[in-house]
Ligand binder design. Sequence first.
Ligand code: IFM
Length: 463
Amino acid sequence: MNKMDFGNTFIWGVSTAAYQIEGAWNEDGKGESIWDRFTHTKGILPFRSRIYQNHNGDIACDHYHRYREDLQLMRELHIPNYRFSIAWTRIFPDGTKKSKNQKGIDFYHRLIDCCLENQITPNVTLYHWDLPQALEEQGGWTNRETYQRFLDYVDFVTREYRDKVPRWFIFNEPFVFTTLGYMLGIHAPGKMGLSNYYPSIHHVCLAQGEGGKIAKSNCPDAEIGTTFSCIHVEPKQSNSIFSDLHKSAAIRFDTLFNCLFLETMLGLGYPIDRLPSLKVILDKYFQQDDDKKMQFDADFVGVQNYTREIVEWSLFVPVVWGNIVPAKKRCEKTTEMGWEIYPEGIYHILKKYASYEKVKKIYVTENGAAFRDELEIKDGKVIINDIARIDFIQSYLAQVLRAKREGVPVEGYFIWSFMDNFEWAEGYRPRFGLVYVDYQTQKRYVKNSGYWYKSFLEGNAEF
Ligand code: IFM
């Protein structure tokens, strides 16, 4: 099997996100984002910091200063597509258009130009979790006004760079940033509870639909879509009287993880039939014509998949009335994130997404794994023989191909991530990169997975 089996139009790439790699958190007029504030603030519990070892993205991979070398390396690896995000706070430091910051705008011109000079296609995500702190102070995504500010930002950015960017992503993983940031409090801005969760879901759905329409009208020739975290869900196997309860819990989790943000965009409304708790959104936050505002005829849908979850029924967890059975309790081997390696999961997700009539095209915009990378020195050269990552990617790719052969319109695959980076609450501990980053020296070392991807992209790697 080699890359030719995917066809000539299939696109290949790597993904990153601004806060996770750029650093330069307060340079050249950049405003403070919720992730700057969150990582700079001590946790409520004195003995437990919010982020692994109090890490933060102040310097990260210093990509803001080193993007030229990074793109040169990407070119050497023959990677044709780079998906990265724009930091809203570099463009509008306080989140509003009146705070427009030319130095930040110029930075993304330089970055995009540098991609093009290296024959790398820029794929731009408009929002990868780093909301301006000034907007958070007015309620962040719980405040309906935020979605209007987001539209101003989308309008400005898509006009500014439209001549150079052929593919735009409105959001990265809306389920994750609403749930971890506004319900569970483990990501920025650290808010908790349903009174934050429900309005943030609704305002993000509005921003997704209306943002998509604005991007399309500004860039009619570009592809406009958005990208979702997708997890194949199965009920815990049981012969007991609880079996049916586990099954219905799995349906609720699946709806929340995989359907909510997709179906509202497709014009199917909130999936209240499968997740009745969402009715609160209609009763409390929904205004006239919001259903039309949430809709957007996306050119493609992005799927990001890493693992699967097994779910059991519980009386104690509102909304989903269920719990995830931790992978570590049921699998011998997991990744550094404690996630099960389950390649068939990506196949099931692709089939599921393809079954929606209005989904025209699918890109896998993130897939990859964190493993403990061991550095060896051989003949004075650093070698990182990350066989587990190569196996992971190959086994997931085989399932993508299986789905494609069965008619799923999957047309692209991006590895998370180009280089090791700041993994949110987990800090710099998990390493997802094809390229190893020594954070002390900022030196980059291509892992064997990076060399494998290169030869795969050249059509030389069999698997
Ligand atoms: O690092 C994240 C990324 O920001 C969003 N998708 C999942 C990745 C790995 O956890």
